[in-house]
Ligand binder design. Structure first.
Ligand code: FES
Length: 565
């Protein structure tokens, strides 16, 4: 709830600031254009609900920032995190004069001076030092917002792709805004050379009003500085008080023990002790890169709160895995960070169980196009890629519709896994359903590719089940969940046997029996598998579309868009 409120209030203020900065940038056109745009922006933000939303967003955001400062047990942070905090608390201090001179002056003293002509005259002619502060706060507020936005979005899978474009926007907005303000300021300096212009352009606040506004500015400046100082002081008092209640010992795998005051998170303990610890989201409990395995007295840790639990579920964490940034032990524990300190956001999306690897009984399917080399000969690369992608889409849809997982595309072949989550029996039913769907869908695919192909596509499918090692394997962005083991090799072998038996599907008897299907009407053969003494019983089907429907077909019927039955 707190995180959501902070995000929403921040986004409201970002919307306001972005419009404001865009308005400044219009100064590159002319002062008049700036004033015109300001009129529209005023209409939006000076109506009651918008005002209420903006002011309450500021109050909520500021109060939550103070609360976050209080919650932190250490300010030993990464530069980006520290910058966000410093810039954030700097904004009210730098902005208070501007707000008093415009909003408070207008609302309580009815001065009607909140227009560019007056403000630019103040900032560029009468008090250039105030003008400098205004330029500074523009950069500070935008910088604070961009760091926050970056922390929020960096855990999203699509963010890395958008980042270069986002960076361009993040730099362009303040640069154009500053250039617009400076250009308009130059125009105002030229206009102000005529002493009559200021009299005509705006009415200056009276000296009494000016004095009152100065006094309000001073009070508010002291207030904002005082509140932050009070929280920092309170943190010191709390630390001294907690130290007297004893320290909590946190052990690390290299034998190091860090003693911290109760209430300190494991991530904060790592930082206090200078132990490198991954934390892509900066301790906001969103990225899961700080995950640790906990050993020791489980009684000395509280169960995860709802937000942490959601992240732990997402990564398939076992009960002894926790987020270091959320875990605040009350007694001695030992922790082992599960990801390296340089982990990326993508690593945080890796499931704990898969990242570690585990032995699972699953069903494995290999699919291949028959005679694809001959089919692709003499064709333009574009045509080959087009046909392959249509075929991959059809196969992929069938696999997913049945509940499986496409493991990889190898040339014109596809490897798919079934039952990773639900076990071998469900996996076998799913795999055979996928085979039936693929075969049933093939005529439709061939019809749509008639113009591209001399002869229809034919496929060979091999399905087997058995124990495998399932885990996330590979490197960097190419790491993905896959399976290795004898059962995988056997499934591949069954697929290649479809050529020998001139059929579409070769499936092991083991798979058929686990799927609970009766395939006694189809030929049964015994085949030799390299490296095995026993023969393997298989069933061969000329068309996998002849497979009887299993329960899984009905289970998946409503959720199979694009798959015709
Ligand atoms: S640092 Fe991101 S979840 Fe802990």
């Amino acid at each position: 709830m707190i995180r959501r409120l902070r995000l929403l209030s921040g986004l409201v203020m970002l919307a306001y600031v972005t419009m404001h900065l865009a308005n400044h940038a219009v100064g590159l056109i002319s002062l008049k254009a700036m004033e015109d745009v300001l009129w529209y922006i005023f209409r939006i933000w000076t109506n009651r609900p918008a005002q209420l939303l903006l002011y309450s967003s500021f109050l909520v955001h500021y109060a939550l920032a103070l609360y976050a400062l209080w919650q932190r047990r250490t300010l030993r942070l990464r530069l980006s995190e520290l910058s966000q905090i410093v810039l954030g608390f700097g904004i009210p201090l730098l902005l208070v004069r501007h707000v008093v001179a415009t909003r408070i002056s207008d609302s309580f003293f009815h001065t009607d001076v909140g227009y560019y002509a007056y403000l630019l005259w103040v900032y560029f002619v009468r008090s250039p030092d105030y003008g400098f502060v205004q330029m500074l706060v523009l950069v500070v507020a935008w910088g604070h917002a961009m760091i926050g936005l970056h922390f929020w979005l960096r855990v999203r899978p699509w963010y890395a792709r958008l980042q270069p474009a986002a960076l361009v926007v993040a730099v362009l907005v303040p640069v154009l805004s500053l250039l617009g303000a400076i250009e308009a300021g130059r125009q105002v300096i030229a206009l102000a050379a005529d002493p009559g212009w200021t009299r005509e352009a705006f009415a200056l606040p009276s000296p009494e009003t000016q004095r009152a506004l100065e006094a309000i500015t001073e009070i508010l400046t002291w207030f904002f500085a005082g509140v932050v100082a009070a929280v920092l002081l309170a943190r010191l008092v709390r630390r001294a008080w907690r130290r007297r209640r004893g320290l909590v010992r946190i052990g690390y795998p290299d034998g190091r023990v860090v003693e911290v005051t109760p209430g300190t998170s494991v991530l904060e303990a790592s930082r206090l002790a200078g132990i490198p610890h991954a934390s892509v989201c900066g301790g906001r409990g969103r990225c899961s890169t700080c995950r640790v395995r906990v050993r020791g007295e489980i009684r000395s840790i509280d169960p995860p709160a709802e937000d942490e639990l959601r992240v732990l579920r997402r990564i398939g964490a076992t009960s002894n895995v926790r987020l270091a940034c959320q875990l605040r032990p009350r007694g001695a524990i030992e922790v082992t960070p599960l990801l390296p300190p340089f982990a990326h956001a993508a690593d945080g999306r890796r499931r704990v169980d898969f990242a570690q690897g585990s032995e699972r009984e699953i069903a494995i399917m290999f699919v291949d196009i028959r005679g694809f080399t001959a089919l692709s000969e003499g064709r333009l690369p574009y045509d080959v890629v087009f046909v392959l992608n249509r075929y991959f889409a059809a196969i992929g849809l069938a696999v997913e519709a049945a509940g499986g997982h496409v493991d990889k595309f190898i040339g014109d072949g596809v490897m798919a896994l079934f039952g990773i989550e639900r076990g071998a029996h469900a996996g076998c039913r799913e795999a055979l359903t996928a085979a039936r769907l693929m075969s049933a869908r093939l005529p439709e695919l061939n019809a749509s590719l008639r113009a591209e192909l001399d002869r229809p596509l034919r496929i060979g499918i091999g399905v087997h089940c058995g124990p495998t090692i399932v885990g996330e394997m590979g490197y960097g962005n190419a790491a993905a969940i896959t399976a290795i083991g004898d059962a995988v090799n056997t499934a591949s072998r069954l697929e290649s046997l479809t050529k020998n038996f001139a059929c579409e599907l070769v499936v092991s008897e083991e798979t058929v029996s686990r799927a609970g299907l009766d395939l006694s009407a189809f030929p049964r053969r015994e085949i030799e598998i390299r490296g095995k003494r026993e023969m393997l019983a298989v069933r061969t089907l000329v068309s996998a579309a002849e497979l009887p429907c299993s329960r899984i077909d009905d289970e998946h019927r409503p959720s199979t868009p694009g798959v015709k039955r």
